[in-house]
Structure formats: C-alpha cells, structure tokens
Ligand binder design. Structure first.
Ligand SMILES: Cc1ncc(C[n+]2csc(CCOP(=O)(O)OP(=O)(O)O)c2C)c(N)n1
Ligand SMILES: [Mg+2]
Length: 556
C-alpha cells in the first residue's frame, strides 16, 4: 500500500515550505488535523482566547519577520471573529493567510454546524479567497494563496477547507506538494527606468526637497536604501506608519514636528509607500505648487485622490537606490545648497518641541498624558518594539514617541482597529525573543482583547504593557462634547475605574497602579525587571485631549 497523507498534514507541509514556524489559532473540530500536521512539521501552535487576536497576531508576525503570518480558525463564528484581523491586514498591506474550517463538502448547503459563506464574506477584504476543493490540492492551494499575498502591495489571503477535505487521506504521490523556494518568485519591481531618471533630474534641481518614508519602506526592507538616499542627496525625511524608525531620532535628516511646514513650503515632495488617505489629508495638505512624486508598490495608489507630477510603481528600496545612483554626480554640493532649508526646518522643529516640553515634564495630578508618553519615549531602547493601541492616548504618543530602530513601531494602520495591541505584542515577542516589547493601550482598546494577556503568560512572552487609563473612550467623547455639549457628552463612552494592574496579577503577570507622575519611570523599570508580561496602569487626566483629537483630523 502506498503512503497516505491527510489534508491537515498537507497544510503544515505548505506552511513549512513558506518558512512559517508558528500558527495562531483558537481550536474547533473542523481544524484539528492542521494541529496534528504542525506537530509533525515542528510548527508551533499558539492558541489564543479570541480569533481576532489570532488574525492580528498573524498580521503582526508578517510585519516583524517579513514572512507571511498564518492564523487558523474554525468555521462560522471562528471565521467571523477573525474578520477584523483580516480587514486590518488588508488596509495595512500585511501578507497573512487565514485558514478557516468549513462543514464537510458532502453536507454542502445542508445546514451543517457553523456553515457560512466564508469565501463570499472574505472576498472584498482579501487579495485571494477560495475553497479548497480536494485533499490532493490542499498544499497546492495554500501555496497559491501565498503567491497571491504578494501581488502588488502585499495583503491577506483566505482559504476555507471543508472538514472532509481536511481529514481525508490521499496517496502521497497524488498530492501536489510545492517545494520550498520553488513555487513563487520575487515580486520586487525596479520601476520604470525613465521615471527614475526623471526623479534624479528633479532631485538635481530641487532647492527645498523633502521625503516621506511610509510603511512600505519597512515592508520592502528598504531602510538602508532610504538612509543612503537622504544622506547622499541631503533630503530631510519624515516617517510614518511602519516607516517610523527608519532614521533614528537625533539623526540630522530625521524630522517629525515640522512636517506640515515642509509640505507647505517644499518645492519637491517625494512620497514613498504611503497612500493619500485620511492620514495625509487625501493629499490636500501638500503645497499645490510643489512638484510631487509618488512611489508605491501598488499602481492603484499612485495618483489616487491627488494629481502627481511623477509616479513610480515598484519596490521602494530598488527605486530609491537607483534614483540616488542616477542623481549622484549631478547634484553639486547638495549639502551646502540645502543647508538653509534644513536649518529652516530644524528651527520649526525645535520651536514646536520646546513649546510642548513643559507639558511633557508636567508634574500635574491626575497625570498629563503628555508626561506619560514622554516617560515612555525616554524609556525605549534601541531594542524596544513599540506598539500603540488606543484612541486619544495613542494620538499623544504619535507626537512624542520615537522608535529608536527601524521596524520597531507598530500601529494598526489605516483601519484604526482598537484591540491589535496584545496580538502584536504576542507576535513581536514570539518572533523576536531578543527584543523588548512595549505596548501602550487605551483602557478602551485594552478591554477588547485584554484576556489574551493570559496567553502571554501561558507562553511566557514577557512584555511591558502600559495602560493610559482615563476610564473613558476619550477620543470619541471629545467629538460628542464638541457636537452635542458637555451635558450629553457622556453617552456611550464611559468605562469603569478598573485596576488593570490587579488584572495582570490575577492572570499571573506583573502589575502596578500609578497615580503619581514621578512613579511612571520606576514602575516601567520594575516591569522590565520582572521578566513577566506586565501591565502598568497609569491613571491619566480624562479632561485633556491630544491636539490631533481636538482637530478631529481623522474625519477630515
Ligand atoms: C474596533 C474599534 N471600535 C471602535 C473604534 C472607535 N474608536 C476610536 S477611538 C475610541 C476610543 C478608544 O478609547 P481608549 O482606548 O480608552 O483610548 P482613549 O481615547 O480613551 O485614550 C473608539 C471607541 C475603533 N477605532 N476600533
Ligand atoms: Mg480611554
């Protein structure tokens, strides 16, 4: 008799071929054969408390490792619970595969347990969604889904595997099992060489250039190319999303607080790997007279919402390196020529910083959120991965916290999903045991997925959790107060006064309550020392709001 293999074991072989060494999951009878396959292939199984967390963790794993992440959930509610995680990965351009169970094909449309039209549900929020029709094709279709994750800007794929397809055993020689490194090619594109030449030309003539290094700079692992580019051509750089940390704070080309000034006054603006979405005011905040260049992995993003002077589709690293090379020799004395512009921006930057500094150092009680995010910024090391998960408190941190290394900043991305924090911390710590992980939560955001703190304890994944606790969904409350008046501002946004430090202890972690600003730093140090998953619950002033919240920029 020839050797046989089941569908679940074929899934595990396909994951192994892709280099995936962990799946995030919440169990169900439809999917257990995949676990059995993972045991054979040496793939770790991390079981979480909510499928949303499994999907966010797969997204986070992809961001941290550069490999696709994988979450495995059961049919019906398991899959619907994971929708938010897939949707977040879709908007954030994060390559992950969600595998959902499904009722047996032999019971198709008969009303089997947890039967739902998963593929229809997932199609609009994935790059590829399909049913696996036969056991022989399981590994083949998993590898197809991974190929599709890398079409243009990366994104998620979804597969549902009916229970009988997954559990059946087929002769090994009948199954197609793609071999590692032999079923998909690099999708890195160099960009149209003529367009790169034009960019070099624009750079040679610009007096006041600036560049925005967006998330794709990290996705493309283009950090070195971006650094070489800004240094060789003397271009001030702003960073957003996962692009934060490309240059370390203190670097002469690292700018942050003068972004609006630069976008208003520059003569050449180069936007790399970030769409003209709400975070960019749909492109309206860029000077109408500036020459605008947009570089992106996805042709659909280039020129969307705002006209551009030059668009280049392709890999950020290859394009920046080629443009720097083409411009070198053509730019005479870029350093001296742009010194005045750089000085001008630095002055704006310094003024904005000094204006805010007293707030950052405030001894006020209740604690000024600026003080909390200032303390966190001071506490971060080059090896701390920073995660933000919340509303107003995270808006504060976006202004003040500066990651010290590339790839050390994680936020949900343009879906603005509360609840990513625990999952991102889980993926980051699991993939990079050598790193410290710090997550700042709003108390509202924390409570969406906070039970997975227990998973962090169970898998011994120490991290420093900080809760900016204002007993409110403050970012929303601000808008309600502004629109309906203070007497109606408290509807639907008030949370209990929860001692989350005690919650951490209950679940086996380290916890503290902090009400004195002078105690923030020592508490953070003790959390670091504890070597445990921790929650430092910092009671911040609920009556102050971040400028970004007060401008309600996210709705504009
Ligand atoms: C999943 C999800 N639900 C709802 C929202 C809408 N929302 C945006 S900010 C916010 C308040 C968050 O409260 P918290 O995390 O406590 O942060 P705070 O604003 O109080 O600092 C809410 C509910 C969202 N972004 N994501
Ligand atoms: Mg809150």
């Amino acid at each position: 008799m020839s050797e046989t293999i089941s569908g679940g074991h074929l899934v595990a072989k396909a994951l192994k071929a892709e280099g995936v060494d962990v799946i995030y999951t919440l169990c169900g009878g439809h999917i257990i054969d995949i676990y059995d396959g993972c045991v054979d292939e040496g793939i770790e199984v991390i079981d979480v408390r909510h499928e949303q967390v499994a999907a966010h963790a797969a997204d986070g794993y992809a961001r941290i490792t550069g490999k696709p992440g994988c979450a495995v959930v059961t049919a019906g509610p398991g899959t619907t619970d994971a929708v938010t995680g897939v949707a977040n990965a879709f908007r954030a351009e994060s390559p992950m595969l969600l595998i959902g169970g499904q009722g047996a094909l032999s019971q198709h449309k008969m009303g089997s347990l947890q039967d739902l039209p998963h593929v229809d549900m997932m199609t609009p929020i994935t790059k590829f969604a399909a049913t696996v029709p036969s056991t022989e094709r399981v590994a083949d279709i998993v590898s197809m889904a991974f190929r599709e994750c890398y079409h243009g800007a990366p994104g998620p794929s979804f597969l549902e595997i009916p229970r009988d397809v997954l559990d059946a055993k087929v002769p090994l020689d009948k199954a197609r099992i793609p071999k590692a490194g032999q079923y998909r090619a690099s999708t890195r594109q160099q960009g149209d060489p003529e367009a790169v030449e034009r960019l070099a030309d624009l750079l040679a003539h610009a007096e006041k250039p600036c560049i925005l290094l967006g998330s794709q700079v990290w996705t493309c692992r283009a950090t070195d190319a971006a650094i070489d580019f800004v240094r060789a051509l003397n271009v001030p750089a702003y960073m957003n999303g996962s692009g934060r940390g490309t240059l370390p704070p203190g670097d002469p080309h690292h700018f942050q607080l003068s972004r609006r000034y630069a976008f208003t006054n520059a003569d050449l603006i180069i936007i790399v790997g970030t769409p003209f979405d709400f975070r960019m005011g749909y492109g309206k905040r860029l000077s109408p007279t500036a020459t605008v260049v947009q570089i992106d992995l996805d042709y659909r993003t280039v020129g969307k919402n705002r006209d551009i002077d030059l668009g280049i589709v392709g890999d950020a690293g290859l394009i920046l390196a080629a443009a720097a090379q083409a411009a070198s020799g053509r730019i005479e004395n870029a350093g001296a020529r742009r010194k005045e512009w750089m000085d001008e921006l630095r002055a704006v930057e310094t003024q904005a910083y000094e204006k805010r500094l007293p707030r950052q150092l405030s001894d006020a009680r209740p604690i000024d959120p600026y003080r909390l995010v200032h303390e966190i910024n001071e506490f971060l090391t080059e090896d701390t991965i920073y995660i933000g998960d919340g509303g107003d408190i995270v808006t504060f941190s976006g202004q003040v916290v500066q990651p010290k290394s590339p790839g050390h900043w994680m936020d949900p991305g343009p879906l603005g999903t509360l609840g990513v924090g625990m999952a991102f911390a889980m993926a980051a710590k699991q993939a990079r045991r050598d790193k410290e992980v710090l997550c700042l939560f709003g108390d509202g955001a924390f409570s969406l997925t906070g039970w997975d703190f227990e998973t962090m304890v169970r898998f011994d994944l120490p991290f420093i959790g900080v809760i900016g606790n204002n007993s409110s969904m403050n970012q929303i409350r601000y808008g309600q107060a502004a629109k309906y008046g203070e007497d109606r501002a408290r509807v639907g946004n008030t949370l209990g006064d929860i001692r989350y430090g005690d919650f951490a202890k209950l679940l086996g972690g380290y916890g503290e309550e902090v009400r004195d600003p002078a105690e923030i730093r020592p508490a953070l140090e003790r959390a670091r020392e504890s070597g445990k998953p921790s929650l430092i619950n910092v009671w911040v002033d609920p009556e102050v709001y971040a400028p970004g919240t007060m401008n309600q920029t996210m709705y504009k």
